[in-house]
Design a binder for this molecule. Structure first.
Ligand code: G1P
Length: 287
């Protein structure tokens, strides 16, 4: 089956970024000239998927406004002859077919994904976490995973190696190599301390999942942090389904923490046609 739908959980409270995220959803924090979430939506669209469900929560209306059409703004930009900006505004609102559902209580990532059940139905679907932004010069990260899914027909987790002392920040897998950058998953665990970690291969916010995960999520007990964890549900899925881990190609930023967010800001600025020259000179003058 083709992967036609993607879900983006954006219901987290963003406590790691307070006070910036007190009134502004963390997914709407700006990186150079667009909100973090737009990078994710653009990756989905560039991967050939046009139906997106964003899982939000109370006080995140700003997300809907951003991807909506803004008539007044478009008319003003048109009248002012600001065609380039106008085209960009139209592009954002036409980019994809975006739907929204609210997670009513903060019960964790697994529960948030479970809120997409009606939208997804029984098809395989993609999940992209808003904190993980991946820059790829070639194929977008999600496209790489979709192609692995198309080859094997099994759920695919996007992984990369992380420093051993950081395993407690991630879902970690163990696997047997079955092809280029490709592993059959044999075990997984959410945020193990380095002593318990079966490897340094971390799940980094990109998944293509079998719809059977929904029934499992319904029955998954609370795990780490008292939340219903997606990794715990996937671990149950693994008992009955083969799962693949794919070591994707791309530079991944953890924009959920301050260091990662700043690295993304600097590196995207150094790639941005309108900013890179002046900003590059400025950085050189600083160091
Ligand atoms: C979530 C997942 C974790 C994954 C991580 C990637 O954790 O639960 O398995 O490795 O995203 O960023 P969070 O960072 O939301 O706590």
């Amino acid at each position: 089956m083709k992967v036609k739908k993607a879900i983006i959980p954006a219901a987290g409270l963003g406590t790691r970024f307070l006070p910036a995220t007190k009134a502004v959803p963390k997914e709407m924090l700006n990186i150079v000239d667009k909100p973090a979430l737009q990078y994710i939506v653009e990756e989905v669209v560039a991967s050939g998927i046009e139906e997106i469900l964003i899982i939000t929560t109370r006080n995140k209306e700003m997300i809907q406004n951003h991807f909506d059409k803004s008539f007044e703004l478009e008319i003003k930009l048109g009248q002012a002859g600001k065609t380039e900006m106008l085209n960009e505004m139209v592009r954002i609102s036409d980019m994809a077919d975006i739907h929204y559902v609210r997670q009513k209580e903060p019960k964790g990532l697994g529960h948030a994904v479970g809120c997409a059940r009606t939208f997804v139905g029984d098809e395989p679907f993609a999940v992209l976490l808003g904190d993980d932004i991946v820059y790829s010069q070639g194929k977008p990260c999600l496209r790489q995973l979709v192609e692995v899914y198309e080859k094997y027909g099994d759920s695919v987790l996007g992984v990369q190696t992380v420093p051993h002392e950081e395993t407690s920040k991630y879902g970690i897998i163990a696997g047997e190599k079955i092809g280029d950058r490709t592993y059959r998953v044999t075990y997984m665990i959410e945020k193990p301390n380095p002593k318990e970690a079966p490897s340094d291969m971390a799940i980094l916010g990109r998944y293509v999942l079998d719809a059977d995960i929904f029934e499992i999520i319904r029955n998954t007990p609370k795990g780490k942090g008292g939340e219903i964890q997606l990794t715990d549900a996937m671990k149950i899925l693994l008992k009955s389904h083969r799962m693949i881990a794919y070591d994707f190609i791309g530079r991944r930023y953890d924009t959920g923490n301050k260091q990662g967010y700043l690295e993304a800001t600097v590196e995207y600025a150094l790639r941005h046609p309108g900013v890179k020259d002046g900003f590059g000179e400025y950085l050189k003058s600083l160091v």
